[in-house]
Design a protein around this ligand. Sequence first.
Ligand SMILES: NC(=O)C1=CN([C@@H]2O[C@H](COP(=O)(O)OP(=O)(O)OC[C@H]3O[C@@H](n4cnc5c(N)ncnc54)[C@H](O)[C@@H]3O)[C@@H](O)[C@H]2O)[C@@H](O)CC1
Ligand SMILES: Nc1ncnc2c1ncn2[C@@H]1O[C@H](COP(=O)(O)OP(=O)(O)OP(=O)(O)O)[C@@H](O)[C@H]1O
Ligand SMILES: [Mg+2]
Length: 382
Amino acid sequence: MSRPAGAWRHHPQHRGHMWATSPAFRRQLVLLRTLLPPHPAAGSSSSASSSSSLRFRAMASSAVYEADAEAVIRRITPPLDRARHKGQAGKIAVIGGCREYTGAPYFAAISALKVGADLSHVFCTKDAATVIKSYSPELIVHPILEESYSVRDDERVSVSSKILTEVAKWMERFDCIVVGPGLGRDSFLLDCVGNIMKHARQANIPTVVDGDGLFLVTNNPGLVEGNPLAILTPNVYEYKRLVQKVLNCDINQEAASEQLTTLCQKIGGVTIMRKGKEDLISDGKTVTQVSMFGSPRRCGGQGDILAGSVAVFSSWAQQFVLANEQPTDKRVNPMTLGCIAGSLLLRKAASLAFQKNKRSTVTTDIIELLGKSLEDICPAEH
Ligand SMILES: NC(=O)C1=CN([C@@H]2O[C@H](COP(=O)(O)OP(=O)(O)OC[C@H]3O[C@@H](n4cnc5c(N)ncnc54)[C@H](O)[C@@H]3O)[C@@H](O)[C@H]2O)[C@@H](O)CC1
Ligand SMILES: Nc1ncnc2c1ncn2[C@@H]1O[C@H](COP(=O)(O)OP(=O)(O)OP(=O)(O)O)[C@@H](O)[C@H]1O
Ligand SMILES: [Mg+2]
């Protein structure tokens, strides 16, 4: 996603946003401070920023900050510049899709396009490929993954290495990959995907891990340990399993933010978005939340939309942070910004879809409203 340095700085949408600051984080998080309210330690009043959308609340001993997520979206979304060519707004790949699940990888991949990526690929099993292609001609679908039932024992090593070679050919082109939507839990397939994750890491490709990708990572945390380009997006059950495995304890709701911070630190370097009534986001240093109400419908697939959206926003945020030329130690974590932006956009689209469709709201209704939701926040220029 090469682009002229500073492209974002000249976006009219990005001018003049007065965000609150957080002195306690100033040294580390120059951009994120603009998303945060005054920190209590700085002597500001506890009714911090009551006049703005920025709030904080104490949970156990860790403060949780409500992000000004609209401002984040405006800030990181690149302008539609006529001089740009295909690919510069992002190339995303979803690793997922098997016999059982074809909806999830489709939802994630099409959402990436609807948010604004130029190209969206899906790497899935042969069974799933034709089905996914039939949902949309926009997606580039690679039928290369194999499940145990289709591979003889004596073929496993060669098939596994062929799969890795095939994905590796493409890997450098991607700005972000999403591992897990509709992947299934076949052991051979998960082994192959573990190798793909290792390769992505070596190639410094940001990786969103969701759905069955989290099943893989929970059983093998080493796949993401110490990787600052990894984002985990667990739902309530996936989070519980991760906490049990990594922290060896149960969920502590009273100290939710502290536990999330500890989990990030224990895994090391990763960003985790704990999905739920509020989406709680931490990279082990700060905890931010997005709590704008979306929709009371909990139809399956909303997490897939989120994963595809976070992939796009994170790659935009990475470029934004680089283009603003902050010293490395002062850069905000772009993965956090991507999570904040993806969370708000999904919630806005879900809210609009629910207004229209009420109880019959399904995931495709929400996807159709991603564009309007983004337009309301950050209009395209003409
Ligand atoms: N249309 C599709 O193809 C969809 C496929 N999906 C994929 O389906 C796969 C499995 O994801 P799921 O989120 O369904 O995962 P699970 O199969 O773990 O969970 C399914 C449901 O079972 C229940 N459950 C799970 N663990 C539980 C526990 N410990 N205690 C009580 N109830 C529990 C919950 O209601 C949960 O929502 C993933 O690959 C995911 O991406 C989902 O994204 C939904 C949409
Ligand atoms: N109780 C809730 N109230 C409001 N929003 C919620 C609630 N639970 C989840 N969400 C929203 O729905 C999004 C998807 O979360 P969810 O927990 O449904 O993911 P998931 O189970 O992984 O979804 P999927 O069916 O795609 O696998 C989250 O980003 C969150 O914003
Ligand atoms: Mg899910």
